[in-house]
Design a protein around this ligand. Structure first.
Ligand code: SF4
Length: 466
């Protein structure tokens, strides 16, 4: 039993209730065999981080099935090149498994670079490549020499750990790219007024889903900050290569990018801060935190305060209207990273919604400790869950709306519960002040939909199950 709930044997320590005491949630371990984990594989973790780099070829070295995870089911958008939307695979077959896939990789890479003229190529190793032992790095080096662009191996064999190991493999690839070129100030893509600003940042862990990086970038540029690179939303290879010249790294998705921020601190002395862009408190805090990092220029904080005041004047009346209907409702959250989950608990509180269940695929001990302190007593906190557990918890707690991703949506609908997509598939920006209003609108539309009344008596969980 975990926190008094029936869970699979071996998962007892991965579930608890807030207010139960100082017990530590067990996390960061491989998923239990047979639990049908909601987690994705190592390869998926690396692809999530890297694929928004829009002017690179992304080649999946493995059977074609691994490459099914395409742009079509993700939402990172680009202002220019669209190469990241194409899904390439070496399509390894039985003979390649027997005789090796290096020749096929060399031929595929060379042909793709010739045809698409990318600024770089990322080559993702999948499970079978790890098993047959192709020397992917050697092929990448050879093609890089011949074609004159960076070709980065991503060591993301699906079986070799958790999704977090995929984040790390992606960070290693980015790290190999960073510092290999100087960026040209004349090619700055943002507001021209800040192109020469001495206050420069890299935005890490922001993937420009539905244009969220554009929203965040605009706030910083209105403050007078130069955005050297975004890793990796609407990303460009040349900007990433010059990322070592930024003065500060601002890390959002802590699970995916803190590793790279630490690496850049060590190699280039660039300090980093951790922020979140979800919810108005955390969004405002993200602007103030960057201003604070440049204490020699007090005008940055002054301009941040003006932005926050202007944005709140727009957002708060809309949020108040949604809160009127949502007050007293109960939400469940299950997302990739626990850092984001914390912002969501606060954002839901602002619109009158209590969080009764919160979990993540990749949270660490600190994340869960903080979640436990933040949530109301009795909130279920769970690491690396599965559909059976989540369904049971949703019913037990009488959730009205489930906030998750593509794998959580069917769980909600089968139970007759509202759903809000807060994963990489989302098509509506949920970050920033305007994103908070969109989030409230989404939760409101789904939780108050009249369709749920038709399900009364058929498993609708508007009332807690005793
Ligand atoms: S687990 Fe292995 S085979 Fe499955 S998608 Fe991931 S890399 Fe491919």
């Amino acid at each position: 039993m975990g926190g008094g709930f029936a869970v699979l044997e071996g998962r007892e320590g991965q579930v608890s209730e807030a207010g139960e005491g100082p017990s530590e949630l067990v996390c960061g371990k491989p998923s239990l065999a047979g639990s049908v984990s909601q987690r994705a594989c190592v390869f998926c973790g690396s692809r999530v981080v890297l694929y928004p780099v829009a002017d690179a070829v992304h080649l999946v070295h493995g059977p074609v099935g691994c490459a099914a995870y395409t742009w079509d089911i993700r939402g990172a958008v680009s202002t220019g090149p669209q190469l990241h939307r194409l899904s390439f695979s070496t399509d390894l077959r039985e003979t390649d498994v027997v005789f090796g896939g290096e020749k096929r990789l060399y031929a595929s890479l060379s042909a793709l670079i010739l045809e698409h003229a990318p600024r770089a190529a990322f080559v993702y190793s999948t499970c079978i490549v790890g098993l047959i032992g192709d020397d992917v790095a050697a092929v990448c080096r050879q093609v890089s020499r011949e074609r004159g662009i960076p070709v980065l191996p991503v060591h993301s064999e699906g079986f070799k750990g958790t999704k977090k190991d995929g984040y790390r493999a992606a960070c290693d690839a980015l790290s190999a790219l960073i510092g290999t070129a100087e960026s040209d100030p004349a090619s700055y893509r943002g507001e021209s007024g800040v192109a020469g600003s001495p206050y420069s940042i890299n935005i890490l862990g922001e993937f420009n889903l539905a244009g969220e990086a554009w929203i965040i970038r605009r706030y910083y540029e209105r403050m007078g900050i130069r955005v050297q690179s975004v890793m990796t939303g609407d990303g460009r290879v040349d900007e990433i290569r010059g990322a070592h010249r930024a003065r500060l790294n601002v890390v959002q998705c802590s699970g995916s990018m803190t590793y790279l921020a630490k690496d850049m601190k060590e190699r280039y002395g660039i300090p980093f801060i951790q922020v979140s862009y979800f919810g108005i408190d955390d969004m405002a805090e993200a602007l103030y935190a960057v201003a604070t990092a440049f204490p020699e220029e007090p005008a940055l904080a002054e301009r941040a305060a003006v932005i926050v005041a202007e944005e709140l004047a727009q957002a708060l009346p809309a949020l108040k209207a949604f809160r009127k209907d949502l007050e007293g409702m109960r939400a469940a959250i299950y997302v990739g990273g626990a850092f984001k989950a914390r912002s969501l608990v606060k954002a839901l509180r602002l619109i009158g919604v209590e969080t009764v269940l919160v979990g993540s695929q990749t949270g660490n001990a600190d994340d869960y400790r903080n979640l436990s302190a933040l949530c109301d007593p009795g909130t279920i906190i769970v690491d690396d869950s599965n559909p059976a557990e989540l369904s049971r918890f949703l019913q037990l707690k009488g959730a009205n709306v489930f906030i998750g991703g593509v794998k959580e949506r069917p769980i909600a609908y089968k139970l007759g519960i509202g759903f809000c997509d807060h994963n990489h598939e989302r098509k509506i920006p949920l970050a920033g002040f305007e994103g908070m209003v969109n989030f409230a609108r989404e939760v409101h539309a789904s939780a108050t939909s009249p369709v749920w009344k038709l399900l009364a008596g058929h498993g609708r969980s508007g009332e807690a199950v005793s």
